[in-house]
Design a protein around this ligand. Structure first.
Ligand code: C2E
Ligand code: CA
Ligand code: CA
Length: 490
C-alpha cells in the first residue's frame, strides 16, 4: 500500500510543489484549495499524511485542526506557514493539545530539501515493522486500547467491553493489531510485554469507568504464548486486587491456536485463573485446532463464534449449521455463546432464531476510545430502569464456579447528567490544572510521572465530566472550575 498525502493550501503553487516532491520520494499525493474539497477528501479517501497551510483565505489552519480532531484523524500532520516561526510553534502546541499527531512544521517559502527530508522520513517509516520496534513501542507506551461493547438486546444489557489494542506509531499513525500481532505471536518476550501492558491499561480503563459508576466487566485478549508461566494467575489476581477490580469483572479471551504449547501447563494456568474468579472465553471458535478437546478439558465460561461464520450465516447453509451446532455445544457445556462481527439486522435476527443472544459488532457499536463509552451507553440505553438489574448477573455456570463480589456488582446505570466538577478525581484535577497552566500533554506526563496514554485518558474523562466537547472548551471550563474550587477552599 502506498501512503497518500493530501495537501490543503489555498495557494495552488504550494500544492503542486508538495505533489512533485511527494512523488519523488514515492508517495501518492493530491492537493485541494478549499474547505469543501478538503473535508470531502477526508471522508472519501482518508490520507495517511496531511500537509496543512495555516493561512487558507476564508478559513484558517487552526479551524481545520479542530475539524480533524473532531473526526479523530489518526494520521500524520505537517504544518506549513508563512508567518514567523512562533506562529508555527504555537499552532503545533494547539494541535498536540487536540490530540493530533504533528510530525513536522515547515516555514514558507518552502525549502524543497527540507520538504523532501520530511516526506522521505515519513516514507521510510513504512519499512516493515520489526520485533525490536514493537518491543520499544510497548515500553514507550505508544499502544492504546479501544473498547467494543458486547450486549444482549432483549433485554437491553451491556454485558461487557472487549479491549482491543492499537499502536499509535509516531510516523505511521494508527496501526491495526493485524499488522503487528503476528510479530508478537512469534516472540514470547514481546507477547508477555504486550499482555502485561494490555492488562495494566484494562485495569486503568475499568477504574476510569467505575469512577462514573459504570462497573462494567472488561474482556482482554491473551495469547496461548502467555500461558507458559505458572505464576501468571497469581500476578493477575494481585494486580486486580490492588486496583480494586473484582476478579469476576475480568474476562480473558483466548484464541484456540498454538498446538505447540504444553497442554498440561496450559490447563494448570487456565484452571487457576478460573479458580481465582476471573472468567475465560474461547475466541474465534470454529477456526482453531482441536476445539472440542480444548473445550471439554478447559474451564471456559464462554464461546465466541468466529466472525467468518457470523458474516455469512444469512447466505450460507453451512455456516448456519455450524452456528447451530456451536449453540448446542455451548448449551450442553453450560457456556455462554457470543456472536462477533454482527453487522446487519438480518444477521442479528437470524442469530436470535438460532439461539445466540449475546452480540458484538458494528451493528451495536464499533470499537471506541474509553472516553466515548459513557456517552455511547447513555444513548444506546436511555432511561435504564431497575427491572434490568437482575439481567446483569453473570450466567449460572459462572456463579457455580467461584463466588466473587462480581456476582452482585454488575449494576450499571448511565450517568444521567454530566457529573459536576466535584466529580473530577484528584488525578483529573491535577492534570487539568497543569493543562490550564499551559503545559503540553508530554510535559504533564513528565511532571506527574504518568504515561502519555494515561494522561490522555484522564484528560478525556475530565472533558466529559466537564461537559466539554473539545480541549479548548474543557480548558475554559476547567479554568473557571479550578478558580471556584480554590476560592471555596481558601
Ligand atoms: P478478535 O479478538 O476476534 O477481535 C475482533 C475484531 O473484529 C476486532 O478487530 C474488531 O475491531 C473487529 N470487529 C468488531 N466488530 C466487527 C464487525 O461488525 N465487522 C467487522 N468486519 N469487524 C469487526 P481488531 O481490533 O483489528 O483486532 C484484530 C485481532 O487482533 C483481534 O481479533 C485479536 O485476535 C487481536 N488482538 C487485538 N487486541 C489484542 C490484544 O490486546 N492482545 C492480543 N493477544 N490480541 C489482540
Ligand atoms: Ca477477542
Ligand atoms: Ca474473535
Amino acid at each position: 500500500m502506498t501512503m497518500r498525502v493530501l495537501v490543503f493550501d489555498d495557494d495552488e503553487a504550494t500544492g503542486r510543489l508538495v505533489i512533485r516532491v511527494a512523488k519523488l520520494v514515492g508517495l501518492e499525493a493530491s492537493a485541494v484549495t478549499n474547505t469543501a474539497d478538503f473535508q470531502h477528501s477526508l471522508v472519501n479517501a482518508p490520507p495517511q499524511i496531511i500537509v496543512l497551510d495555516l493561512q487558507l483565505g476564508p478559513t484558517d489552519g487552526i479551524e481545520q485542526l479542530r475539524f480533524l480532531a473532531e473526526r479523530q484523524f489518526n494520521g500524520l500532520l505537517v504544518l506549513i506557514s508563512g508567518f514567523d516561526n512562533r506562529v508555527l510553534t504555537t499552532a503545533g502546541t494547539v494541535a498536540e493539545n487536540l490530540g493530533l499527531n504533528i510530525t513536522a512544521t515547515i516555514a514558507k517559502p518552502i525549502a524543497v530539501e527540507a520538504l523532501e527530508q520530511v516526506l522521505q522520513r515519513l516514507q521510510r517509516g513504512r519499512q516493515p515493522l520489526t520485533a525490536a520496534d514493537l518491543l520499544a513501542a510497548i515500553r514507550e507506551n505508544e499502544m492504546c486500547l479501544e473498547f467494543q461493547p458486547i450486549v444482549t438486546r432483549q433485554p437491553k444489557v451491556l454485558r461487557k467491553l472487549e479491549a482491543l489494542i492499537r499502536w499509535d506509531h509516531p510516523t505511521l499513525g494508527r496501526v491495526s493489531p493485524n499488522d503487528f500481532m503476528p510479530i508478537a505471536e512469534n516472540n514470547r518476550e514481546i507477547m508477555d510485554a504486550l499482555t502485561d501492558w494490555v492488562i495494566g491499561a484494562t485495569v486503568e480503563a475499568y477504574q476510569v469507568l467505575s469512577e462514573l459508576d459504570m462497573n462494567v466487566p472488561i474482556a482482554a485478549n491473551i495469547s496461548t504464548q502467555n500461558l507458559h508461566d505458572l505464576t501468571l494467575p497469581d500476578r493477575l489476581a494481585e494486580r486486580l486486587e490492588s486496583a480494586g477490580v473484582p476478579a469476576g469483572h475480568l474476562y480473558l479471551e483466548v484464541t484456540e491456536t498454538a498446538a505447540s504449547q504444553d497442554i498440561n501447563r496450559m490447563m494448570d494456568i487456565l484452571t487457576r485463573i478460573r479458580l481465582k474468579g476471573m472468567r475465560l472465553a474461547i475466541d474465534d471458535f470454529g477456526t482453531g485446532y482441536s476445539s472440542l478437546r480444548a473445550l471439554r478439558q478447559l474451564p471456559f465460561s464462554e464461546i465466541k463464534i468466529d466472525q467468518s461464520f457470523v458474516k455469512d450465516v444469512t447466505t450460507s447453509r453451512d455456516s448456519r449449521a455450524i452456528v447451530k451446532s456451536i449453540v448446542d455445544l455451548a448449551a450442553n457445556l453450560e457456556m455462554d455463546c457470543v456472536a462477533e462481527g454482527v453487522e446487519t439486522e438480518e444477521t442479528a435476527g437470524l442469530l436470535q432464531q438460532l439461539g445466540v443472544h449475546i452480540l458484538q459488532g458494528y451493528l451495536i457499536a464499533p470499537p471506541m476510545p474509553i472516553e466515548a463509552v459513557p456517552a455511547w451507553w447513555g444513548i444506546w440505553m436511555p432511561g435504564e430502569s431497575d427491572s434490568h438489574r437482575s439481567e446483569l448477573s453473570p450466567s449460572p455456570r459462572d456463579d457455580a464456579g467461584v463466588a466473587t463480589a462480581a456476582s452482585q456488582a454488575t449494576v450499571m446505570e448511565p450517568p444521567r447528567t454530566a457529573p459536576p466538577v466535584k466529580k473530577l478525581s484528584q488525578r483529573q484535577l491535577e492534570v487539568m490544572r497543569l493543562l490550564t497552566a499551559g503545559c503540553s500533554i508530554k510535559e504533564i506526563a513528565r511532571k506527574l510521572d504518568l504515561s502519555l496514554g494515561t494522561v490522555k485518558v484522564h484528560l478525556s474523562m475530565a472533558y466529559s465530566a466537564l461537559g466539554a466537547r473539545n480541549r479548548i472548551e474543557a480548558v475554559m471550563r476547567a479554568r473557571l472550575a479550578i478558580q471556584e474550587l480554590e476560592a471555596t477552599s481558601a
